[in-house]
Ligand binder design. Sequence first.
Ligand SMILES: Cc1cc2nc3c(=O)[nH]c(=O)nc-3n(C[C@H](O)[C@H](O)[C@H](O)COP(=O)(O)OP(=O)(O)OC[C@H]3O[C@@H](n4cnc5c(N)ncnc54)[C@H](O)[C@@H]3O)c2cc1C
Length: 308
Amino acid sequence: MNPLRSMILAAARNDTIRSLVATAPVSRDVVSRFVAGETTADAVAATRRLVDSGLAVTLDYLGEDTTDAIQAANTVDAYVELLEHLHAENLADRAEVSVKLSAVGQLLDEKLALDNAARICRAAQAAGTTVTLDMEDHTTTDSTLRVLGELRRTWPWVGAVLQAYLRRTVDDATRLATEGSRVRLCKGAYSEPETVAYPDTAEVDKSYVRCVNALLAGEGYPMFATHDPRLIRIIGERARVHGREPGGFEYQMLFGIRPEEQLRLARLGNTVRVYVPYGGEWYGYLMRRMAERPANTMFFLRAVMTRS
Ligand SMILES: Cc1cc2nc3c(=O)[nH]c(=O)nc-3n(C[C@H](O)[C@H](O)[C@H](O)COP(=O)(O)OP(=O)(O)OC[C@H]3O[C@@H](n4cnc5c(N)ncnc54)[C@H](O)[C@@H]3O)c2cc1C
């Protein structure tokens, strides 16, 4: 892994750095480039703007690594409130939610996370939309896939996420590419050991393409999450080879990253879904975005230095 990326991801786990960054006056301005706001109203307003421009949305109420059952329950409440608003505002056919199991109690107890995720799925069903389970670091992969399997017994539309940097993923992609199965493929955003993940970006890209082929060859609904221009081109080509119409798969990108490309792909008739994070717990999310691109980190540091 790129040393700068490892350093930023390590800094993300340091409590002193966390409190410095989280309280720096400038941070809020920088955060607003990647995060839609703190409240449900902010999230709904951002969704409205994106939907009106022809994009679909998946919303993430920020928070992760919860070790407190009350906080986990509060996260569920936030999702339920959001889903009610999406329904009331007629946005539920274009906007779903993404959930991190660690935000709803996975570190405390898998059963608690399952029950909490089930509450969110019930609210999504009532609102007329879907849920995707984000994937976190590799120590949680098996647990997350187990919870996914349980949820899909009642709500077969629950989406999975697979990370191309994991050596295991092409097998998971083949296994999950069944009828009706919604699967998001991303490169992977955590710092992982070489024993489980490809250390080299070229290897990750090759794995991504193998997984694209596995998902397109199967019966499921692939959701290709990447901003990488080369991969986006390959996905389009492979989709044509596999006879997939634009409605038979989708592209996904993050809020604030390559917005013109999001619109370009949508104008070509593709479904393009934007991942919209919101809420006060933006620190971990922001640090992963910094780690992905040194230019973002420079943008952030420059902003801090100009203000101080
Ligand atoms: C919708 C969506 C959902 C995701 N869900 C998960 C998940 O559940 N679990 C998980 O581990 N990861 C998730 N990710 C993150 C993903 O794993 C990658 O870390 C992230 O998408 C960057 O990889 P990339 O494919 O865009 O390629 P990269 O090689 O990182 O980037 C390719 C190009 O895209 C542009 N770009 C990429 N990132 C940025 C950025 N931060 N700022 C500005 N430009 C950028 C640049 O032009 C760059 O050259 C998700 C990503 C998306 C888009």
